[in-house]
Write a protein that binds this ligand. Structure first.
Ligand code: ATP
Length: 259
């Protein structure tokens, strides 16, 4: 198992952001973490990445108990978090941003150059923009740089926080396709998304968080089509215009604006 979480609890002062969270992610699996605003998705990613220490429970990454490890130790162990909002160096070029991700060895070694080539294979548009300042790119292209920068560290576990936020549909589809294919590189992915349908379509399994607890988990397809999750996640109820017993599906707006 790449990731094993048991009875995890995280608090911010009096706020219990996660409680009794237990889940496992196998090597090369893509797990979608879905849930409404404030459900605890980012907190779960941050706890795994060593940014937010848990109050209770255990986190094992690649077989090792990392519950008390801090973020830079986790990075050294092959874990990368792409935070919500991308956090690029706007004044630096695309190439410079990508090289930032080649953790501890930003020189042009053979392995780093090969990895850069892999990033360009995954996101061909970045090859054209290597000399452009990152701040000048569109939101979708910036997200590609953020993911590419994480990949430059050759991670074994990649955590993505809301990669589709604010992006045009074509970028969402492109990014989700790449994410879904990272298993071929042996990378385990956890993707936190409010855009549940996009995330579940590229994932193997999904977990629904609500108020810091896991309410549903299972194969991504089953969650995508399940009435129960649809009702839970969207808050679709008796007054939603559908008749009792009528199948409801997760339907999410993909027509967000790119910036
Ligand atoms: P979003 O999609 O809005 O980021 P989320 O599902 O990622 O939502 P979290 O950001 O993990 O949810 O937040 C979970 C809970 O913890 C919320 O009630 C939130 O208000 C609270 N919270 C998050 N960060 C902090 C913080 N730094 N200090 C205090 N409370 C926090």
């Amino acid at each position: 198992m790449s990731l094993e979480i048991e009875n995890l609890e995280v608090r911010y002062g009096a706020t219990r952001a996660l409680r009794d969270v237990t889940c496992r992610v196998a090597e090369g699996e893509v797990l979608a973490l879905i849930g409404a605003n404030g459900a605890g998705k980012s907190t779960l990613l941050r706890a795994v990445a060593g940014v937010t220490p848990p109050r209770a429970g255990t986190i094992r990454v690649l077989g090792e108990d990392t519950s008390r490890r801090c973020a830079h130790e986790m990075a050294r162990r092959g874990l990368r978090l792409v935070p919500e909002g991308r956090h690029l160096f706007d004044e630096l070029t695309v190439a410079e941003n990508l090289w930032m991700g080649a953790y501890r060895c930003r020189r042009e070694t053979e392995r780093n150059s090969a990895q850069l080539e892999r990033v360009f294979e995954l996101f061909p548009v970045l090859r054209e923009f290597t000399g452009r300042r990152a701040g000048m790119l569109s939101g979708g292209q910036q997200q590609m740089v953020a993911i590419g920068r994480a990949l430059m560290g050759r991670p074994r576990v990649l955590l993505l926080d809301e990669p589709s936020l604010g992006l045009a549909p074509r970028y969402v589809a492109q990014i989700m396709d790449v994410v879904g294919g990272l298993a071929a590189d042996g990378i385990t992915v956890v993707i936190a998304e409010q855009n549940a349908s996009a995330a579940l379509r590229s994932a193997d399994r999904g977990i629904v968080l609500s108020n810091g607890r896991i309410t549903h988990s299972g194969p991504a397809r089953a969650l995508l089509e399940g009435e129960d999750v649809s009702r839970h996640y969207l808050g679709v109820g008796a007054d939603d215009g559908t008749r009792a017993g009528e199948p409801r599906r997760l339907t999410f707006a993909l027509d967000r604006l790119d910036v």
